[in-house]
Write a protein that binds this ligand. Structure first.
Ligand code: CA2
Length: 155
């Protein structure tokens, strides 16, 4: 079954338990369910992961990039605060051939200036910010459409 990886970075395990005014009250378990529901509509499987460690996120991006052609349709990545600090994650995204969609729950551009810059965006196929958990479903829909466009172009 074609798969989309959904990778979540530091502190996102706390979703729904702190700062609901910014991040909402949905838990990470709810978020995982919402991603699976969005993917099911396209007959796509979700590989959903969270880590507080930069290296783990990099290893997972490499792993997604090594999967057989056509099996991994892309990666939805909310790298949390590493978005604004990690040259290494930006390099990892550029180093893999699968499309990566950068997602942020909050509208980072309406927040503190240090959140306005992303080391990831230049290597990403798309960006979704400010839609809360719905943004993940939008990113999954977007990757499904990109995959269909690629496969139609090969016919
Ligand atoms: O808006 C987003 O999705 C962010 O990636 C979230 C990061 C933040 O550093 C980025 O600038 C924008 C923070 C994730 C922390 O998640 C929490 C969730 C609930 C409670 C506490 C932290």
């Amino acid at each position: 079954m074609p798969t989309i990886w959904v990778l979540n970075g530091p502190n996102l395990n706390l979703l729904g338990t702190r700062e609901p005014a910014i991040y909402g009250s949905t838990t990470i378990a709810d978020l995982e369910r919402a991603c699976r529901d969005a993917a099911k509509a396209h007959s796509i499987e979700i590989d959903f992961r969270q880590s507080n460690h930069e290296g783990a996120l990099i290893d997972w991006l490499h792993e997604a990039g090594r999967s057989p052609t056509g099996e991994t349709l892309g990666v939805v990545l909310n790298a949390g605060a590493y978005t604004h600090t990690s040259v290494a994650l930006g390099d990892a995204i550029k180093a893999i051939a699968v499309p990566v969609i950068e997602v942020h729950l909050s509208n980072v551009h309406a927040r503190e200036p240090f959140r306005h810059h992303s080391h990831l965006s230049p290597g990403c196929a798309g960006i979704v910010v400010g839609f809360g958990v719905v943004g993940y479903a939008l990113a999954i829909d977007g990757l499904a459409r990109m995959a269909k466009t690629r496969s139609d172009a090969r016919k």
